[in-house]
Design a protein around this ligand. Structure first.
Ligand code: SAM
Length: 279
């Protein structure tokens, strides 16, 4: 495809997730030459444009106005204008606004071009040290506990590497829920990619729970978790005594007798065996 900007099309432009140098030459050209830009947050995009020395008409396009704005944007493109869509960071439409606008364009036979670049999920997977051959991108877990549990139960048996996005203030809860639902798998916590405090913490889910019980989660995280293993999955309680195993469930809100029951079920022994241990 030529590098000339075409009228009557949508460009889906990836932008940096921390390091401005990751904005590609092609992205700069598109952002400088399109007629207008649909931006998740016009202030964030305004700053990016300032950094590359350009100014463009911006139209706000986000989760809460995507219906009206989507129609307006499509009408302008159909009238012959060229448009770029950007999110605050990374690739639009990947846990970010853009999916609906691309669908609308596709329905109207408007050509859509990808201007590839940073994506936190793929970058994190590439440095995780976990299998990359097959993976399942799961985005954000719901903040609703029931929905979160359902989502985790659904992916529990996937043999593929799992990729989740998470915000720092929800990390502790999420890791505990993952340990409980998925068992003690390997995890790489990839934090602050391309930024000063960039870090890859390769551990297990129980190691991550213990680490963040002592340390305050800071920055943006991608969680890369190994897929289900049929034969040699290590249960999360493997290195716990029976007493600690019961305490683990009680700390998560179970009554003592229910915690004993859950512990006995995990270990495949009768309730009375565990009961005697915790007396
Ligand atoms: N569309 C974006 C992309 O392609 O990367 C993702 C947008 S999503 C709303 C934001 C989430 O991406 C964050 O909560 C975090 O999980 C992840 N993320 C974004 N920037 C990151 C970074 N520099 N390091 C690690 N994770 C990041």
């Amino acid at each position: 495809m030529s590098n000339e900007i075409i009228k009557g099309v949508l460009y889906v432009v990836a932008t940096p997730i921390g390091n401005l140098s990751d904005l590609s030459e092609r992205a700069k050209k598109v952002l400088s030459e399109v007629d207008f830009i649909a931006a998740e947050d016009t202030r964030v995009t305004g700053k990016l444009l300032m950094c590359i020395g350009t100014k463009k008409p911006l139209i706000s396009y986000h989760e809460h106005n995507k219906r009206e704005k989507g129609e307006e944007i499509v009408a302008r493109i159909k009238a012959g204008e060229s448009c770029a869509i950007v999110s605050d960071a990374g690739t639009p439409a990947i846990s970010d606004p853009g999916e609906d606008l691309v669908r609308l364009c596709a329905e109207e036979n408007i050509p859509v071009f990808a201007i590839p670049g940073p994506c936190a999920a793929v970058s994190a997977l590439s440095v995780s040290g976990l299998p990359t051959g097959r993976f399942s991108f799961e985005g954000f877990l719901s903040t609703n506990k029931g929905e979160r549990r359902k989502h985790l139960e659904e992916v529990k048996g996937y043999p593929y590497t799992l990729i989740f996005y998470e915000a720092p203030h929800k990390l502790r809860d999420t890791l505990s829920a993952m340990l409980e639902a998925l068992g003690n798998r390997r995890i790489s916590l990839v934090r602050e990619l391309t930024k000063i405090n960039e870090e890859v913490f390769r551990t297990t889910l129980s190691g991550a729970v213990a680490h963040y019980a002592e340390n305050n989660p800071k920055g943006e995280f991608v969680l890369i978790i190994e897929g289900a293993k049929k034969e040699d999955e290590v249960p999360f309680w493997q290195e716990m005594s029976e007493v600690d195993h019961v305490a683990f469930y009680m700390e998560r809100g179970l009554e003592k007798m229910d915690a004993i029951k859950a512990t006995a079920k995990d270990r495949g022994v009768s309730k009375s065996v565990i009961y005697k241990k915790v007396l």
